[in-house]
Design a protein around this ligand. Structure first.
Ligand code: SPV
Ligand code: MG
Length: 431
C-alpha cells in the first residue's frame, strides 16, 4: 500500500483541510505531521490550541491513519523517516515564504521517486479574518505580557531586537526571511535606553525620563504584537522603581532589565573609559526584592543585569552577584561584556548553568558580534538582544541622503536611496 504525507498546523480547521485530507487518503495510508507549537509560533503566530489537543483532533478525522509531530516547517526529517510515495499540499505555497520549503520537498522526494501532489488552495475569507483577529489580540496587555515566558520555554533562543519608535517597531513586526527551509522572524522587542535616547537627540544617561520612555513603549505597542523587554537602566531610586514597575507591568510589557549601577549612569559600552559606579550587592538585591513584591502578575520578569565584566571586577564577582540576585528574586540574569571576543561571556555561561540551569540568561552581543545564535543557545543562553542595530543602520542612510541633496542642490539624485512616494503612503495602513 502506498503512503501519503500531509503537514498541517491544525490550529484553525476548515473544509479546505478536510478536503485535502480526504483526497490524500484516497492515494494510500495517510500520515499527518502536526506542526509543534514552536514550529507554528515561528511561522504564523502562537497557536491558540496546544499541540497535544491539535494532534488529538487530527487523529479523529476520517481518513487519517497515523499522526506524528513535525518539529520544523521544513519537511526533511519526517520525509526521510517515512519516505512517503506522495506529499499533498495546497497550491498556495508556490509563491512567497514557503516556496523554498516546497522546492526542498520536491528535491527530497526524488530520492525514492515520490511525488508532490498539489490541489487548488481553498481561499477562505473568514479564516483570514479569524487569523487576523487572533494576531491582533496578541497586543492585548495580558496576552502580550505572558508571551515572553512562553517563548523562553518554547524556543532554543528568543531573538530580540531594539525598536525606538513606531516605525522601527513596524520593521521588527514585519521582518521575515526564509533561510535554510525555515522562516526567521524576531520574537521580541528591546526598548533600549541608548536608542530611545539617541532617537530623541539625548545622551544615554537616564535623562529621558520614565514618562517619555512610556510614550515610546506606547508607540511601539500601537503597531506590534511581539513581547517587549524594557531596558530599565539602573531602575532609579528604589522608591520610584516600585511604582514604575507596576505601570510597565500593567501596560503589557513582559520584562524589565535593570543594571547594578548607581550614580550618573553611562552606557556600558564606554566600559572603564568613563566613571561608572557599581551598586553594592546588598542595595541591588533590595531593589530586586522590592520590585518583585510590587508586581501583580507571575508573568512579568525582573531581569538583573550584571556589570562586573564591563567594570573589570572579575568573573568571581559576576558569579557571586548572579547567585545573590537570583536569591533576591530575579527572574533572569543578563551578563554584559564589551570584549570583542566572547571568551568571558562563554566562561560565565559555563559557571552560571552549573548552579542556575533553569534561570533565563540574556546576552547583548554588540561587541562580540561574531557569535551565531545557535552557539549561544548551545551554551545555555535564552535571550539574545540586538540592542542598537536599527538606529545605527538608519543614521548613515539619512546622512548619505542629506549629503546627496547638498551636493546636487536638488533632490532627484537622492530618489534612488528613498522609498517611493507610493510605498511610503501605503506603508502605514490607515484602517
Ligand atoms: C541599551 O541598549 O541601552 C543597553 C545595552 O543598555 S548597551 O548599550 O550595550 O549597554
Ligand atoms: Mg541601556
Amino acid at each position: 500500500m502506498k503512503t501519503v504525507y500531509v503537514a498541517i498546523s491544525a490550529d484553525i480547521l476548515h473544509h479546505g483541510h478536510i478536503n485535502l485530507i480526504k483526497k490524500a487518503s484516497e492515494y494510500g495510508k495517510l500520515i499527518v505531521g502536526v506542526l509543534t507549537d514552536e514550529a507554528v509560533a515561528t511561522y504564523k503566530r502562537f497557536p491558540v490550541i496546544k499541540f497535544n489537543e491539535r494532534k488529538f483532533i487530527i487523529e479523529n478525522i476520517a481518513g487519517v491513519s497515523e499522526v506524528v509531530s513535525q518539529e520544523t516547517l521544513d519537511y526533511t526529517e519526517n520525509l526521510k523517516k517515512y519516505k512517503p510515495d506522495y506529499v499533498f499540499h495546497g497550491d498556495d505555497w508556490k509563491e512567497g515564504v514557503q516556496s523554498k520549503i516546497r522546492q526542498n520537498v520536491i528535491e527530497i522526494l526524488k530520492d525514492w521517486d515520490g511525488e508532490l501532489v498539489e490541489i487548488p488552495f481553498t481561499e477562505n475569507v473568514s479564516v483570514d479574518k479569524i487569523n487576523n483577529i487572533i494576531k491582533q489580540t496578541d497586543s492585548i496587555p495580558d496576552i502580550r505580557r505572558s508571551k515572553l515566558r512562553k517563548l523562553i520555554n518554547l524556543k532554543p533562543i528568543v531573538r530580540t531586537i531594539e525598536a525606538h519608535n513606531g516605525l522601527s517597531a513596524l520593521v521588527v513586526e514585519n521582518a521575515k526571511v526564509t533561510k535554510d527551509e525555515q522562516i526567521n522572524t524576531f520574537d521580541a522587542i528591546w526598548v533600549s535606553s541608548l536608542t530611545d535616547s539617541t532617537a530623541k537627540g539625548k545622551p544615554d544617561i537616564e535623562l529621558v525620563d520614565m514618562t517619555s520612555r512610556i510614550n515610546t513603549i506606547n508607540e511601539i505597542m500601537e503597531v506590534s504584537t511581539k513581547p517587549i523587554i524594557l531596558d530599565g537602566d539602573s531602575g532609579g531610586l528604589l522608591e520610584h522603581f516600585v511604582f514604575n514597575i507596576k505601570t510597565i507591568e500593567r501596560m503589557g510589557v513582559s520584562a524589565i532589565i535593570i543594571e547594578d549601577k548607581v550614580g550618573l549612569k553611562k552606557n556600558s559600552l564606554f566600559g572603564t573609559e568613563v566613571k561608572q559606579t557599581q551598586d553594592s550587592i546588598e542595595n541591588f538585591c533590595q531593589k530586586i526584592n522590592a520590585g518583585k513584591k510590587a508586581l501583580l502578575t507571575n508573568e512579568f520578569m525582573i531581569i538583573a543585569r550584571i556589570e562586573s565584566l564591563i567594570l573589570k571586577q572579575g568573573m568571581e564577582d559576576a558569579i557571586n552577584r548572579a547567585q545573590a540576585y537570583i536569591n533576591a528574586g530575579a527572574d533572569g540574569i543578563m551578563i554584559h561584556s564589551r570584549e570583542s571576543e566572547p571568551d568571558e561571556i562563554f566562561e560565565f555561561c559555563n559557571q552560571f548553568k552549573e548552579f542556575a540551569p533553569d534561570v533565563p540568561l540574556v546576552v547583548v552581543p554588540t561587541s562580540f558580534n561574531q557569535v551565531y545564535e545557535e552557539e549561544f543557545a548551545k551554551r545555555g543562553v535564552n535571550i539574545v538582544i540586538y540592542a542598537n542595530h536599527l538606529i545605527r543602520s538608519s543614521y548613515p542612510a539619512m546622512v548619505e541622503t542629506a549629503d546627496i541633496i547638498l551636493k546636487n542642490e536638488r533632490c532627484k539624485e537622492a530618489d534612488d536611496k528613498c522609498l517611493s512616494i507610493k510605498e511610503i503612503l501605503t506603508l502605514i495602513p490607515n484602517e
